[in-house]
Write a protein of this length. Structure first.
Lengths: 375, 375
């Protein structure tokens, strides 16, 4: 019904060349009233979910990541504008977060301080009604979740450009916690200089990866300017800070930290520069329909055993997103592999493949099956 | 119609002792579909506001703070639960922010880095679809807004507990910018210690103001424990960090910065510990129906002139929220007063009072008339 109203609105608008401002505002006021009533109704029903679970429970008792992922995917499926999928997903995350937090909000541990990308990841995944707990280390995030003082934790695991954060993966060698979700955050590149004027720039410093990411922009906007790859974006900013004719490519935040001005940005050619975070918790959750599973595999005799683990997956056409080897603790198992595969451990074909692997290879542990990140 | 649906929902729910989970989820899915269609419709109409203004404009051209304040006040007025006013205001801020950002988002300068309370204030006031520009100083926030590279700026002006931030007020002595809004952020107190165990604590350090704010909590939870007032909360944390039997009261963020554990929090007795921010811009905006006006008054002969300025306000029962004296620049005017009064400078009775003051007293400048902060 509301979907038809939207189609009608488009028609109505097309007939009005210069709409009357007061009339448009009256329309918006009417829409706001309806949205508000529906949000209240949704909150009342969400409250009922808590009751359906047997008692008036804290958010942790009826938070279901697989259900949230399904709701958000439906939002994306039926979106036909004018707002982007990303914006709508954000609005619905916030509405769900508010409905869930009516009794006792979720408590989410993350690597502080406030203002880090980790905090942004917490808000992106759990909305602003969840309560973030800034902690001093990734270890402490695992500890507080294990002890129950945080319901979930959010830890960075991969920077596109810088690769895997090994210390996070290593935590799973000893922690019994489960992976319950993943969050992806886009990271943007900016051109920074002392003066802030593009016409002053004769040299651009950055990490080789960042220079590569901004290649087209640089060719179009700074042709003939000298580009120099340095060890890190922070080092690039330190160099650019020394003279008025130099610039650096770095994150926007570096402009503040080093007292530089933003010349332009975001300037990356493709907007797929992301940091990936894992959501860790104490429980496993059922399939959402589009899931990923993280496995930790410990094996004695590397080449042969690895093949025997991968073969049952390959034979079933189970796609693998990532494989990462780590020296394992203890003498018995010489290697640990972290493997991300498509599917949920409770569903075929992954379920069958895991049963088969378990029979003969090393020690295979399911770190978690969780919904693939919704943009 | 949707408001009736909400009343119907409550009745329906009251009859169901243990609702069926699948049925409740189906209800929520139906509601989500309607909310989404209405948000899309709202975005289309908001787009029309841009057209009504004469062209397809950037957000700055049709952003109207007085209109946003009116929309949010209506949201609060018609709220009858179950979500709090604060949560609903946040959701509608985000919806408005998303609708406004369809062409070109608002650019908001603030005192960086990302993660400061200033950034939180930007998001609270403008929503997450606005683009925040972290800058290195309050001066630079004024400069970038004046130059037009930021549409608005957000600067801290008052900490309850620490008082007025003089350097922000002093900027208005020379800047022609206008105050277009105010934002209030709640700030919470936490008990921090090295061990994180309350039973270890024998001494509590904090700023006297913070100790006072947590008096009841301390009496109930740490009776007989020695309390010591120190110069700042940061100093309190530094002291508490030296031994296992000491604790400090400070912001949650300090736990990270100093590697301390959160024993408990928030622990303030009354939750009215706030920081106030001003929104600065280049233009003045019309009345919203519940406004505040900030005045800067420069006078030569302090006692007599101040009385003559206050009298026309008092005679009209115009309430004053704040008065703050500052030494003025230049020899001609010996004192500057910053005065906040109720009302809008374009509306009686404030308009008449200002006309009368202007006639005889020193130099009175309206720094801005703006909507009173919506919680």
């Amino acid at each position: 019904m509301a979907a038809q109203a939207s189609a009608r609105t488009r028609g109505e608008m097309a007939r009005q060349a210069t709409p009357d401002l007061a009339a448009v505002r009256a329309q918006i006021d009417g829409i706001d009233r309806q949205i508000q009533a529906l949000i209240a109704e949704r909150a009342l029903w969400a409250h009922q979910v808590g009751k359906a679970k047997g008692k008036l429970a804290a958010a942790i008792d009826y938070y279901r990541p697989e259900r949230e992922a399904q709701v958000l995917r439906r939002v994306v499926d039926r979106n036909d504008g004018p707002l982007s999928d990303e914006v709508l997903v954000r609005l619905f995350r916030e509405i769900m977060s508010a409905c869930l937090a009516q009794q006792e909000p979720l408590k989410i541990g993350y690597l502080g301080p406030e203002g880090t990308f980790s905090q942004q990841a917490v808000h992106k995944h759990f909305g602003h009604s969840a309560k973030g707990l800034p902690l001093v280390s990734i270890e402490e995030v695992f500890d507080e979740v294990a002890a129950g003082s945080a319901d979930f934790g959010v830890v960075p695991v991969e920077n596109s450009g810088q690769g895997t954060i090994q210390s996070t993966l290593d935590m799973f060698l000893t922690s019994p916690l489960k992976i319950c979700g993943e969050v992806e955050l886009r990271v943007h590149q900016y051109l920074l200089s002392r003066t802030g004027h593009i016409e002053d720039i004769e040299r651009v410093y950055s990490h080789g990866m960042s220079l590569a990411q901004c290649k087209n922009w640089l060719r179009q906007n700074l042709p003939g300017v000298h580009k120099e790859a340095v060890s890190s974006n922070a080092e690039a900013v330190r160099r650019a800070k020394k003279s008025d004719d130099a610039a650096a490519i770095a994150g926007e935040n570096a402009a503040h930290v080093y007292g530089m001005k933003v010349v332009a940005g975001p300037i990356e050619d493709r907007n797929d520069n992301t940091t990936r975070f894992l959501v860790i918790g104490r429980a496993s959750f059922p399939p959402s329909g589009n899931d990923r599973t993280s496995l930790m595999v410990s094996i004695r005799d590397q080449p042969g055993a690895l093949y025997r683990i991968l073969e049952p997956l390959a034979r079933r056409d189970i796609s693998m997103n990532r494989i990462e080897s780590r020296p394992a603790h203890g003498a018995l198992w010489q290697y640990a592999f972290f493997i991300d595969v498509a599917g949920h451990a409770d569903e075929s074909p992954l379920k069958d493949a895991l049963a088969e692997i378990d029979d003969f290879a090393g020690d295979v542990r399911v770190l978690g099956s969780y919904p693939v990140a919704v943009p």
